[in-house]
Structure formats: structure tokens, C-alpha cells
Design a protein around this ligand. Sequence first.
Ligand code: FAD
Length: 333
Amino acid sequence: MKKIAVLGAGLCGATAAAALTQQGYQVTVFDKGRVAGGRMSSKRTEQGYLDMGAQYFTARSDAFKRQVKLWLDAGKVELWPCKTALLSNDEGFISLKASEDTQARFIGVPSMQSPVTALLDGIPQVNSCRIQKLDYQQQSWTLFNDEGVSYTGFDAIILTLPPVQAQQLVAHSALPELFGSADDVLEPCWAVAMHTDAMPAQDAIFCQHPKLRFISHQQHKAGRSSCYILHFNAVFSGLYLDESAQFWFAEAIAILRQELHIQQEIRPLVAHRWLYASQNDQSAAPGLIALPNLKLWAGGDWSFGGRVENAYLAGLNLANALIEQDKSQQETP
Ligand SMILES: Cc1cc2nc3c(=O)[nH]c(=O)nc-3n(C[C@H](O)[C@H](O)[C@H](O)COP(=O)(O)OP(=O)(O)OC[C@H]3O[C@@H](n4cnc5c(N)ncnc54)[C@H](O)[C@@H]3O)c2cc1C
């Protein structure tokens, strides 16, 4: 195996692509987005970046700690000096309680996708390219995008799309199903950025709120616009999935007034809908998916329980699975 197509330029795909490139494979990374980053993307504005997806990440495994240290040394990430609180719900009575902890939380600088971009440095990428169909003939893969453009001659494929999108792609390609049910692995989230001159005492508020799961303020994040980001929880986001940005702005203003007691003017900036945001706690993590006979491997944060760190670990494991298979084939006489 020499030429590898990696689908998805989130952290998982970027990690797999970097690990394979290091081992001498010729890798091309495809993504439907304009830039790499996936769910770690920040939106660029004149006032600075808005972290509409992942807010921060933690590092618990030795492998990820080593990688984070490299990023820290290269200035691609830094520690988020973040004061935390809890918006607690005591039988319907919502109140803000200090809940300082000692957890180290990291952010990309100047945007969340910086570490992803760093991993992909020098690796060929095809962006704004939604892959719609895959075809495997005579041990060679061809990819087709939604404009009918084809990319040929790949020996193996690594899929790092969210499960529903991966399942749709293989169904459209008449390939074997990857999951029994992909629907409930990742849940939706509406994310809203709002500006106000009121500065909060906390940077990260974990919410036990009927509508929200997280509020963050970007005042202590380098490169960011100083504003609030609200993440609505999966149940509320799912109930009103197709509502307009105006609906979400109105909800965000009401919550900032009622729960954080903000009296100053509140100005809506951006609302973004994530159809597949984060792992459903109730659904089992499916692990990596391997179809070695077809030289196709699939994985992502969802393989190991969601979150940025698991996307990185999935990327490393996908690359290793491919390399192992390749070695074992070379050894077979
Ligand atoms: C609102 C929100 C808040 C979050 N907060 C946190 C947090 O605070 N801490 C944390 O650790 N994690 C958080 N996460 C989760 C974290 O962002 C993810 O775990 C991680 O970024 C997933 O990386 P990935 O590479 O597995 O997937 P992704 O980043 O989703 O990458 C998959 C890529 O595939 C591309 N793609 C999809 N279909 C196609 C196609 N047909 N053709 C080509 N490309 C395609 C997509 O554009 C995407 O770039 C959050 C996520 C969201 C959405």
C-alpha cells in the first residue's frame, strides 16, 4: 500500500494523515469544509475568532500528553486560564455556583483548529470537496465528489466522518454497512455567539439547565473576539433543530438576562447548527471499524467516547491498523 486517501480533516483525520506520512505513505486528505479543523473549527471575524465547536481539550493519556507538549512548545496551543462555575438546577431552581477545579484545559491559538492545521502542514489536501461515492475495483479506490469529479488510484481509505455521514457514504457506494445503527452516536448542538460589554467572573459555566449544556466566555482566550458562546443541550437543540438563527438568538438573550443577570445591551453575532456534535452518553462507543479485505478503516472521536483527545487517539490507532495490515501482507509470501 502506498497511496492513501484520508476522508475528513478534523483532528482524527489529520492525526492519521501525519502518522502515515511519517511512515512514508503518500497521503491526500479530503474534506467538505473550506478549511481543516472539523468540529475544532473557529469562525474567523474581524474582531477575532469565535470557537463555535470544541471549547477546550484535556489530555489524560500519555500519547496525547506528549503531542500536547509538542504543540505547546511550537506555540500552537496554550493553557486556558479558565475559571469554572456550575449553573445548578435544584428541583427547578437555577443558580450560579462557583466550582473551581484544577483540571488543565488547553486551547488552540489563535484558533481551535491551529493544532489540526499544524499536523497537516505539507500534506496534500483537497478542501471544499464532499465525497459522495467510493468505488473499489482491482484493488484500487476511486473517490467521487458531489460535482462528479473523481480522484483515482488509492490503495487504502481511512474514513473519519461522523457515523451517520460515513454510513450514508458507504450505502451510496454499495459497500457493507459500518454500523448497526449510526443515528444516535453523535447528538446535535446549536451554538450561539453573543456580544455584551458585561464581563463575567467565570470563563466556563457547566450547565444543568433545561436548555443549555455549556456557556463559555472568550475573554481569556488569545486571538478570540471577547464574547459569550452558548451551547444548547442535545434535547433542546434536537427539538428545535430547524429553527432559524433568530430563534436561537432570542433564546440566548433570554438566558443571559435571566440566569446571568446581564442588563447591558446583548448583540447576536453568529449561530451555528452542529448536526453531529458530541457523543451520546447512553450509546456505546463502537471502537475502530476495519474492513481489511477492502483496505478501508473508519474511526473518529466516536470510536472511543467522543472529545478531542479521543479523536487524536482514534487517528493514531487508524494509522497503526493500516500499517500493521500492510506489514503483515508484505511478510506473507
Ligand atoms: C459544539 C461542540 C462543542 C464541543 N466541545 C468540546 C470540548 O469542549 N472538549 C472536547 O474535548 N471536545 C468537544 N467537542 C467534540 C470535539 O470537537 C470532537 O470530539 C473532535 O473535534 C472530533 O474530531 P474528528 O476528527 O473525530 O471529527 P470531525 O472534527 O467531525 O471531522 C470529520 C470531518 O469530516 C468531514 N466530512 C464529513 N462528511 C464528509 C464528506 N462526505 N466528504 C468529505 N469530508 C466530509 C467534516 O467536514 C469534518 O471536517 C465539541 C464538539 C462540538 C460540535
